[in-house]
Design a protein around this ligand. Structure first.
Ligand code: HEC
Ligand code: HEC
Length: 220
């Protein structure tokens, strides 16, 4: 009986402490913050739908760059100011991006929360989408990739280390509309990437982008 009583007091105390520490914590847990994202980006950030990208396994810097571009609607001066004011953002590169939903969603998060989200998704593993591919096109795409893209999208586009996203294993429809956004200028890219996109197009015409996409879709 006596032990039960002590235990009850102890439990009450511990629960009280844990509530108090929750109440004073000024940031939510990574899992709580990330929960909102999973409805669209899929369980554990692995997309189940063709138009939404998988975000797990990308680099922190890439995710932060994307979230800042979305949050501040590509306002370059504002984003530069934010990057300069925070040492954690020192190596973040800003590229303007068109958005259907992310510009609204990103506005709901502070810079500190964006850091937590980026770290969380960067630590989760990337998983390739299950989709059928055209092997011949993928083969031509592999050569184009090696010549024009491998320099910044290493390991056949599967490395996150370049802070250039993860291309290998993304959904074909997502890659298609992303390439179209780059081509139309709705999304910005590094000057050297633009040059390589043009060279790939000169080499293989309109099939170049299709074949590159099939190559990425084919990578596991
Ligand atoms: C309503 C659906 C939806 C929700 C919720 C959502 N996203 Fe997105 N996300 C998208 C879509 C669609 C895109 C493609 C860009 C666009 O059209 O806005 C995208 C793009 C992104 C990208 C760029 C990926 C790349 O390959 O460049 C990142 C990073 C991202 N989202 C992070 C998040 C995070 C973090 C959350 C949670 C705070 C979140 N998203 C919540 C739908 C969503
Ligand atoms: C000079 C380096 C460089 C080269 C060369 C390059 N890229 Fe990129 N690429 C980048 C960077 C940096 C980003 C990220 C831009 C951003 O943050 O929005 C990117 C982003 C992308 C994305 C968007 C990824 C996503 O998740 O939304 C695609 C698709 C892409 N590149 C395809 C290509 C293809 C195809 C080639 C070759 C024809 C190529 N890139 C060559 C640097 C490069």
């Amino acid at each position: 009986m006596f032990n039960d009583h002590i235990l009850a007091i102890l439990l009450t105390f511990l629960i009280g402490v844990s509530f108090a520490s929750n109440a004073t914590a000024d940031v939510a847990s990574p899992e709580m913050l990330a929960n909102t994202c999973l409805g669209c980006h899929g369980p554990a950030g692995i997309s189940q739908g063709p138009a939404t990208p998988t975000i797990s396994g990308m680099s922190e810097l890439y995710i932060i760059g994307a979230m800042l571009a979305y949050k501040y609607d590509n306002d370059e001066d504002k984003i530069d100011e934010i990057i300069e004011a925070d040492v954690d953002f020192e190596d973040v590169e800003f590229f303007a991006r068109i958005s259907t939903v992310m510009n609204r969603i990103a506005q709901g998060y502070t810079e500190e929360e964006i850091k937590i989200l980026a770290k969380h998704f960067a630590e989760l593993p990337f998983e390739s989408a299950q989709q059928s591919v055209n092997a011949d096109q993928a083969k031509t795409g592999a050569k184009l990739h090696e010549t024009h893209c491998e320099k910044c999208h290493e390991e056949g586009g599967s490395s996150a280390e370049d802070d250039a996203g993860v291309l290998a294993g993304q959904w074909v429809p997502y890659l298609e509309y992303t390439m179209a956004d780059f081509a139309s200028g709705d999304r910005d890219m590094p000057k050297k990437m633009k040059k390589q996109m043009e060279e790939a197009h000169t080499a293989n015409g309109d099939d170049a982008m299709r074949d590159l996409i099939q190559f990425y879709a084919n990578k596991k």
